[in-house]
Design a protein around this ligand. Structure first.
Ligand code: GDP
Length: 482
């Protein structure tokens, strides 16, 4: 609950907003205020003389502030920083208060702020204002959100590079190249009344203009192809745990996870649904994020609920980037591998994306381990890792192999721009469509129009103006206080 004004506000209003910019429960609470009333609110809150002078004079300086409410009751002894427009995150007057942690103090300060008509910020509203005031491009604001959501080193590095403008520079270059060709094409339209345009100015012939577009098109296609990796860097590699009931899937899942997230039971068929979990694995080759899907065991049950679970397992296996096929070492020695074989076939034997886990090896002698591995080799899965989730043996090897497997998505060239957001991938795809279309244009005016459409598609990524409703939609997915 926030004590701030009941006015829900909207992204387009120009009033003053406030929100906690730090997570609750810490030693310090950061409260951010942005808008025309920010300094007058600070002036009213700060009562001690030296700080009052600081309120008036010092921009971008941290000073001690005795905060009091309108009845002169003490609120907190805080630190305050004042950022004068336009030299602030939002481009507006901004105050940041560093309060002692604790929900009550923050609540009281917010309550006093509401007396000045300051309202609770909407999700991402500070970033929205930063974009509106030209302090950040949309892509940079999205990088801030990516940075906050990052769960591995690659995602952090990528978001920081984008925040410093790597994606903007690439897109600006693409847009410049497109504009240049469009200008030449438009000149060709103007010249088209004259006789034999191409002989008087060979650079204006439609064919030569089309050639100029080819490298731009290639760059855009390459950029679009990065999205598959960006999605995994930002959102994680989808990993499905597949195997017969009681193979040890949930136990291995938990061994990787290091906590009891999944139900572990001796009754076959306990895990009936797909349990979603995200984890970052730190191997020697770097950190990767796995979006784990612990699935129901694969068999042919009569029970309708289990049947649904198994259908989901098949879907999960099909959609997964990585399958961890768990085979109980003991059971494959006593019962053979036939039932695993048939389930393996049921999911289409996708050996190129599968890592085999030979489980419960603490129950096997070293000769039996060799025998079990030999039995499993008929599945033709290139990598088998013997693991005991009970003793932890083999778990770190499994982490190494899994992170190595994920390298294909997490590796990228230095400074390579990688798309992480669907709206950006869609924008690039649309631009590519228009440029492909331009290749078939018979007239300079149609050709120029296609290029303009491509530029229009890329506009949101370059930082050109965007319809407000689209901006609202994008920023409403941000966190409050950002
Ligand atoms: P799931 O049905 O494939 O998810 O299998 P579970 O993880 O629920 O495990 C089935 C049974 O095997 C449980 O009794 C576990 O305690 C046991 N189990 C799992 N992993 C190991 C292991 O590494 N060693 C031993 N000894 N038992 C295990």
């Amino acid at each position: 609950m926030s004590p701030l004004s009941p006015n829900p506000g909207n992204y387009l209003s120009e009033d003053t907003i406030a929100a906690l910019a730090s997570a609750p429960g810490g030693a310090i609470t950061i409260l951010r205020i942005s808008g025309p009333q920010a300094f007058s609110a600070l002036r009213a809150l700060v009562k001690n003389k030296p700080s009052r002078d600081a309120v008036e004079a010092n921009d971008r300086v941290l000073f001690r502030a005795h905060l009091r409410d309108s009845a002169d009751l003490p609120l907190d002894e805080a630190l305050a920083a004042r950022f004068q427009a336009p030299r602030s995150f939002t481009g507006e007057d901004v105050v940041e208060l560093y309060l002692h942690g604790g929900a009550f103090i923050a609540f009281r300060v917010m309550e006093v702020l509401s007396e000045f008509g300051i309202r609770q910020a909407l999700p991402g509203e500070f970033s929205f204002r930063a974009v509106r005031n030209g302090k950040l491009t949309l892509a940079q604001a999205q990088s801030v959100a990516d940075l906050i959501a990052a769960t591995n080193d690659s995602a952090v590095r990528l978001a920081l590079e984008k925040l410093s403008g790597s994606q903007n520079r690439l897109l600006e270059k693409i847009a410049d190249d497109l504009r240049n060709v469009a200008v030449l094409a438009e000149a060709a339209i103007d010249f088209s009344d004259q006789e034999d345009v191409s002989s008087s100015s060979p650079s204006l012939s439609l064919e030569s203009l089309k050639k100029k577009l080819l490298p731009v098109l290639e760059t855009l296609k390459k950029l679009q192809s990065t999205y598959a990796r960006g999605l995994r860097i930002q959102g994680g590699v989808r990993a499905a745990f597949i195997g017969l009931p009681n193979a040890g899937k949930s136990s291995f899942f938990n061994a990787l996870l290091g906590e009891d997230r999944s139900i572990v039971s001796e009754l076959a068929g306990t895990t009936r649904d797909v349990v979603h979990e995200q984890m970052s694995l730190r191997g020697q080759r770097g950190t990767v994020t796995l979006r784990l899907e612990d699935t129901a065991g694969l068999r042919s049950p009569e029970h309708p609920v289990e049947k649904m679970g198994i259908e989901r397992t098949l879907r999960s296996a099909r959609d997964a980037d990585l399958i961890l096929l768990i085979v109980d070492g003991r059971s494959c020695l006593t019962h053979g591998i036939d039932s695993v074989q048939s389930q393996w076939r049921a999911i289409g034997s996708p050996k190129e994306k599968t890592v085999g886990i030979l489980s419960k090896i603490d129950r096997l002698s070293s000769t039996e381990r060799d025998l079990a591995r030999e039995t499993c080799s008929s599945l033709e899965i290139p990598t088998w890792i013997p693991v005991s989730s009970t003793t932890g043996e083999g778990v770190s090897t499994a982490v190494e192999k899994i992170t190595a497997f994920c390298d294909r998505w997490f590796n990228r060239d230095t400074e390579e721009v990688v798309l992480t957001r669907l709206d950006q991938e869609r924008a690039v795809a649309l631009a590519i469509d228009h440029l492909n279309q331009s290749k078939t244009a018979d007239y300079a005016d149609l050709f120029a129009a296609d290029i303009r459409h491509a530029l229009h598609a890329l506009a949101p990524m370059i930082g050109d103006t965007l319809p407000d409703d689209i901006l609202n939609e994008i920023f409403s997915t941000f966190c409050i206080g950002k």
